[in-house]
Write a protein that binds this ligand. Structure first.
Ligand code: PGA
Length: 262
């Protein structure tokens, strides 16, 4: 791979929130606050608004992402969205394996492998999420659980597709709770994950891949997290629903010195 700058990455996962006009205003507000920023930003609306939000993002520094995607293609799969349909709408990104998909809709690591492979094979970029629950953390299984989930993601990524993958470490106990993972522990886990990628894939991919943190990221804690060498950005839920809280988080990731990648 040629030497090039690695851009930080900030995703706003809007989950199942807000109306179209509210989300359109939110996009405008984010765009208005992003002048001169050098960071990849995606926003992820409910599927029914994907086309509208993609249109609102067009030509700006904000990209639109799906929150989920089918493990299958076109066919008799009621309620699913095929990768070809996302592409047809001009959507370039999808989140896969978010903890709410895993918890409420039974998404397994095997399904995540299939979805990651399906998305990448169809030219979509992927934000692949994983993280330990509180119980697993209390049982001191954090590293083991995350390595199992990451191994399942790695299985779905062809060697030449790593540039289309962002890895999102999101401890489940920190999501939507206000209970952020301390920056030292988040850095420890993200560093461990990078080493795991180095061993399982290769050191070049490990250095180049963006590993982001998610779970109660707010303007007050983003600076300390982004200052850590192995944290390349954020996946943001609650704080992405307001311009006043999302833009400062984007700004913190933009200000950070770009790291070179092999
Ligand atoms: P939160 O959500 O920022 O509200 O904790 C993060 C996420 O679900 O990705």
């Amino acid at each position: 791979m040629a030497e090039q700058a690695k851009k930080n990455f900030v995703g706003g996962n809007w989950k199942c929130n807000k109306t179209l006009s509210e989300l359109t205003d939110l996009v405008k507000g984010i765009q208005g606050g992003m002048d001169g920023m050098n960071v990849d930003v995606i926003v992820s609306p409910s599927p029914c608004y994907l086309a509208n939000i993609a249109a609102a993002c067009a030509g700006s520094g904000v990209m639109c992402s799906a929150q989920n995607m089918s493990a299958t293609g076109f066919g008799a799969f009621t309620g699913e969205i095929a990768p070809d349909q996302l592409k047809d709408l001009g959507i370039g990104w999808t989140i896969v394996g978010h903890s709410e998909r895993r918890k409420y809709y039974g998404e397994s690591n095997d399904e995540v492998t299939t979805k990651v492979a399906n998305a990448l094979a169809n030219g979509l970029k992927v934000i692949a999420c994983f993280g330990e629950t509180k119980l697993q953390r209390d049982d001191k299984c954090t590293d083991q659980i995350n390595q199992i989930s990451l191994a399942a993601i790695i299985k779905g990524v062809p060697a030449d597709k790593w540039c289309d993958v962002v890895l999102a470490y999101e401890p489940v106990w920190a999501i939507g709770t206000g209970d952020v993972c301390g920056e030292d522990e988040a850095e420890r886990v993200c560093g461990m994950l990078r080493k795991f990628v180095s061993n399982m894939v290769n050191p070049q991919v490990a250095q180049a891949v963006r590993i982001i943190y998610g779970g109660s990221v707010k303007p007050k804690n983003c600076q300390a997290l982004i200052a850590k060498p192995n944290i390349d950005g954020f996946l943001v839920g609650g704080a992405a629903l307001k311009v006043d809280t999302f833009v400062p988080i984007i700004k913190s990731a933009s200000k950070r010195k770009l790291r070179s990648m092999l």
